[in-house]
Ligand binder design. Structure first.
Ligand code: IPD
Ligand code: CA
Ligand code: CA
Length: 266
């Protein structure tokens, strides 16, 4: 484990578990529509408030970017905590076990600490920059030798837009472009499940077409510290301003997807 950020890593690991367990044991879930095609529960809001209050108390100079109540934070080069109180809310609201609480600390535009808690699966993931990734204390390794025809590739959800047809055609086109040449395609509906599954070797790539930074940054550090590689679709370097991402366990899988998308103009 890297010697830097140990205190922040311990804080992140603790808070994702504590916030979920506290809110789950004290609240009964209520669900409302955020938009016609998206939901939010009272636990999303309560977990976020719980984590934010604890960040303010422990790290009063750090900024916060979070999905429910802190979306407009202007990110500079300083430190900020990026959190998604429940990633996979629709799964959570329907009793599908693929959801989690996730937090990253970002410094100079780079995630340096991450924790992801998948409560139903009883999995707590952690990573620090240069310190590797762990699941329940066990070191993780992505499938760095995976070949494209062996790869299980997960993709983000279809569009949440009210009129999703055009965006869905793009995403389904991206799926069709690779489906016949990889082993399997999966849509789990939770970025936290896909990024951590990539880190742990359950799947071999994850493609996401649009996201909030809270969807992707915690899992990005966990996957990359397990050996995964990543680029923006089109092949450019991924930055905090990127609109999409391909993460892959191996360079051959990443190159295959990038080349296929480049040749088809996706
Ligand atoms: C969503 C999930 C989903 C992804 C969506 C995200 P939410 O997060 O991660 O897998 O495809 O783009 O918005 O809304 O459940 O926190
Ligand atoms: Ca999310
Ligand atoms: Ca969320």
């Amino acid at each position: 484990m890297s010697t830097n950020y140990q205190q922040e890593l311990a804080f992140a690991k603790n808070i994702v578990v504590e916030a979920y367990q506290h809110c789950k044991s004290t609240l009964t879930m209520t669900v409302s529509n955020k938009t016609p095609r998206d939901l939010v529960t009272n636990l999303d809001v309560a977990i976020e408030s719980y984590i934010v209050d604890h960040i303010h108390a422990a790290y009063p100079n750090d900024q916060i970017l979070a999905e429910e109540q802190y979306t407009d934070t202007v990110i500079g080069n300083g430190r900020f905590w990026c959190l998604d109180p429940i990633d996979g809310t629709i799964n959570f609201s329907r009793g599908i076990p693929y959801f989690g609480v996730q937090v990253a600390l970002v410094e100079n535009s780079i995630p340096v600490v991450a924790a992801v808690y998948l409560p139903v699966l009883d999995e707590l993931y952690e990573a620090s920059l240069g310190g590797g990734s762990y699941l329940n204390g066990q070191r993780l390794s992505a499938n760095i030798n995976r070949l494209p025809h062996e790869a299980i590739v997960a993709m983000g959800d279809l569009s949440k837009r009210q009129n999703p047809q055009a965006e869905n055609r793009r995403r389904l086109g991206a799926m069709e472009a690779i489906a016949a040449d990889v082993f399997k395609i999966r849509l789990h509906g939770a970025a936290c499940v896909d990024t951590t599954s990539l880190a742990g070797g359950r799947i071999d790539a994850y493609i996401m077409f649009s996201f909030g930074l809270w969807d992707i940054l915690p899992g990005l550090l966990i996957a990359s510290e397990a050996g995964a590689c990543y680029r923006a679709i089109g092949g450019g370097e991924f930055t905090l301003a990127s609109k999409n991402i391909i993460l892959a366990a191996s360079q051959p899988v990443l190159d295959f997807i990038l080349e296929r998308y480049n040749s088809l103009g996706i």
